[in-house]
Design a protein around this ligand. Structure first.
Ligand SMILES: *Cc1c(COP(=O)(O)O)cnc(C)c1O
Length: 416
């Protein structure tokens, strides 16, 4: 066990030299809290708080229904979609902001299976995903398989490549794993799927706003992603759906809602899908949530992606070093190499649950994931090196004095 590690003043010196340091002032962060859970619910941008006042008081309050046009509410799903397209290096018109990740995944899966039925490939086959994937991805895939006469194959990560075969109808993978932080080689896996001519949907929930993404360069054609994690879109922010332009030609939404109609306000009896990505809208967009998300997306676009990812790596390395020196009983399970992971660091400990409870009590908010994982999210815009130093210092104290063994922390009375 190493006993020398950087001091708090060294951490403070790194913060003073950090070009992203001023960004911290752009977020509302409660005093006395070190927030390491921006991967689960991003912090509130100050600009969003002001924006929401305008949206409620002026746009809704004064403008009433006129704001659908005057404030361009009607254009918001596509407008914000185009901004997210910029973040993930897709083209304008390839991303729509709507619904939850869960619903978007379902829509895309059904759209792709319908296209397959219309092709020579026909019916049946296997939906391939990763065992231990995020629950909603597994549940939706299992439901789709059951409802449409396919088989679900949830394979361990190291067997995914060999399971792709003539029988594979569809692949659904989460780019950055929500628990371990492991990241798939997007270009590599996409090339494999393409070689077998199998559509692949990427879930970008733990990637967008966290790691550099390039849909075009990686030839990824289908994806869904989350608005309330690294995009700081607010609790329950809408998710998004990405379909590459070439694939838009042959995909229809399984939910033929009026908002996805070619002319919603023609109010016709017959359905005709909108020309572009708009066809994936179903019902009326949740305007308040949507506009709050726009505040977060604008901030992400303003902050340089390379600088964000460089700092996220530096924070990760700093955390790793301190944890090894001061909390050696917590075993790192996230790959160290930057290309192989996302922007959180996870540690295994049999008692991760009460340890996390005690840590929250000590003012450090990370989270616990079953069965034994303490997960610490690293968001470079509003976290600094001193935050990491203090978080590890408090965790080390909890491990040393055994405080986590107190009944108030060990009694399972809350789901977090
Ligand atoms: C957070 C997350 C989701 C969230 O889905 P919702 O429908 O927005 O609740 C989905 N997939 C993954 C991989 C996630 O990490």
């Amino acid at each position: 066990m190493s006993t020398t590690y950087p001091s708090l003043s060294e951490a403070e010196a790194r913060d003073a030299a950090d070009p992203l340091r001023p960004w911290r002032e752009r977020f509302v962060l409660p005093d006395g809290v070190i927030y390491l859970d921006g991967n689960s619910l991003g912090a509130l941008p100050k600009a969003t708080a002001a924006l929401m006042r305008d949206v409620t008081e002026r746009q809704w309050g004064e403008g009433l229904i006129r704001s659908w046009n005057d404030a361009d509410w009607i254009g918001a799903p596509r407008r914000i979609g185009d901004k997210i397209a910029d973040l993930i290096r897709a083209a304008p018109g390839e991303v729509m902001v709507c619904d939850s990740v869960t619903v978007n995944l379902y829509k895309l899966m059904l759209a792709l299976l319908a296209a397959r039925r219309d092709s020579a490939a026909g019916e049946g086959g296997t939906i391939l995903t990763e065992s231990g994937n995020f629950p909603t991805d597994l549940h939706v895939a299992a439901g789709v398989a059951r409802q449409h006469g396919l088989t679900l194959d949830a394979a361990p990560r190291d067997q995914i490549a060999e399971r792709i075969g003539p029988d594979t109808a569809l692949i659904v993978l989460t780019h950055v794993h929500y628990k371990t932080g492991e990241r798939f080689d997007m270009a590599g896996v996409q090339a494999l799927a393409d070689a077998h001519n199998v559509p692949l949907i990427w879930d970008l929930s733990h990637s967008v706003g966290a790691v550099p993404l390039d849909m075009g360069a990686d030839a990824a054609r289908f994806a869904v992603g989350c608005g309330y994690k690294y995009l700081n879109g607010g609790p329950g922010a809408p998710g998004f759906l990405y379909v590459a332009a070439e694939a838009l030609e042959f995909l229809g939404s399984p939910i033929q809602g009026w908002m996805g109609h070619a002319a919603p306000f023609a109010m016709t009896d017959d359905y005709a899908p909108a020309e572009g990505i708009e066809r994936f809208l179903a019902g009326t967009p949740p305007m308040l949530s949507l506009l709050a998300l726009e505040g977060g997306v604008d901030l992400m676009l303003e902050a340089d992606e390379r600088a964000r990812w460089n700092k996220a790596q530096a924070l990760f390395d700093f955390l790793t070093l301190l944890m090894a020196a001061r909390c050696p009983d917590l075993v790192p399970i996230t790959p160290q190499q930057a290309e192989l992971r996302g922007s959180h660091a996870s540690f295994a400990h049999l008692h991760a649950w009460p340890i996390n409870r005690a840590l929250i009590e000590a003012g450090v908010i990370g989270d616990y994931r079953t069965p034994d994982v303490l997960r610490l999210g690293l968001t470079p815009l509003y976290l600094g090196f001193a935050d990491i130093w203090l978080a590890v210092d408090r965790l080390a104290a909890i491990m040393e004095d055994g405080r986590w063994q107190r009944p108030e922390y060990t009694i399972l009375n809350k789901v977090t």
